[in-house]
Ligand binder design. Structure first.
Ligand code: DC
Length: 223
C-alpha cells in the first residue's frame, strides 16, 4: 500500500479541539499523532520574536539547524526537535501568536511541509494542523475539518490554559482567537480552509466523545 495513504488529516481553527481529538483518534487507530502546530510553535520559540522579518536565506539557514522527528504512537507519541522532546514550553498563548506570525512566511511553511511529509512517508499518522488536507497530504486517505464558533473555542482554550496554570481574561482570549483566525484564514499562502474532499464537522454542540465516534464511524465505514 502507498505509505501516504496511511495518513488521516485533521484541520481546523485555533482552540477547536484538534489536538485532543487527534491524540484520541491516533490512540484508537494505534498510529502516531503529528501535532504540526507544535512544530510551528517550537520553531517560533527557537527563532524568537521578529523572525518573520528576517531575510529568506538567513531564515532558511537558521531553520536548517533544526530537525523534527516523532517516536511512539497514540497518546504516547512524542515530537522531537533535534532529538529533544517538544514540551509544554510551546503551549502558551504568546508562543501561539509568534507561531501564527511565522506561519505566514513561505520559507517556514516550505521547511515544515518537507519535515511533515518526511515523517508521513515512514509513519502511519493522524496529522493535525491548518493545511494538512490541502497542502501537506493532499492524497490522505481520510480528511476531517473541525469547526466551532470563536466563543466556544475561546471557552475550550480557557479550560486548557487554566489546567496548565496560565490565567487569562476570557474576553481577551476570544479577541486573540479572532485575531489568530484572521491571520490563519487570510494569509496569502496556505490559508486555513477545508479541502474539497474533507468531511466538515461542526463541533459547537458536540462532546469530544461524539466527535471521536463520528470520525471513527466514517473511517470504519470507509467514507
Ligand atoms: O494549532 P496551534 O494553535 O498549535 O498552531 C499554532 C499556529 O501555527 C497557528 O496560529 C497557525 C500555525 N499553523 C499553521 O499555520 N499550519 C499548521 N499546519 C499548524 C499550525
Amino acid at each position: 500500500m502507498n505509505k501516504r495513504l496511511n495518513v488521516i488529516t485533521l484541520d481546523g481553527p485555533a482552540g477547536v479541539g484538534k489536538s485532543t481529538l487527534a491524540r484520541l483518534l491516533a490512540e484508537e487507530l494505534a498510529v502516531a499523532w503529528l501535532d504540526t502546530g507544535a512544530m510551528f510553535r517550537c520553531l517560533a520559540l527557537k527563532l524568537g520574536p521578529g523572525a518573520e522579518k528576517l531575510a529568506e536565506d538567513a531564515l532558511r539557514r537558521r531553520c536548517a539547524t533544526f530537525s523534527f522527528s516523532i517516536g511512539g504512537r497514540g497518546k504516547d507519541t512524542t515530537l522531537y526537535c533535534n532529538g529533544i522532546p517538544v514540551g509544554e514550553e510551546v503551549r502558551s498563548e504568546n508562543v501561539g501568536l509568534l507561531a501564527a506570525r511565522i506561519a505566514a512566511v513561505p520559507a517556514i511553511r516550505e521547511v515544515l511541509k518537507q519535515a511533515q511529509r518526511a515523517i508521513g512517508q515512514t509513519t502511519p499518522l493522524v496529522a493535525e494542523g491548518r493545511d494538512m488536507g490541502i497542502v501537506v497530504f493532499p492524497d490522505a486517505e481520510f480528511k476531517f475539518f473541525l469547526d466551532a464558533s470563536p466563543e466556544i473555542r475561546a471557552g475550550r482554550r480557557l479550560k486548557e490554559l487554566e489546567q496548565n496554570g496560565e490565567a487569562v481574561n476570557p474576553a481577551e482570549l476570544a479577541d486573540r482567537i479572532r485575531h489568530r483566525d484572521n491571520l490563519d484564514r487570510n494569509r496569502a499562502i496556505a490559508p486555513l480552509r477545508p479541502a474539497d474532499d474533507a468531511v466538515l464537522v461542526d463541533t459547537s454542540s458536540m462532546t469530544v466523545e461524539e466527535v471521536l465516534n463520528f470520525m471513527l464511524r466514517r473511517i470504519t465505514e470507509g467514507k
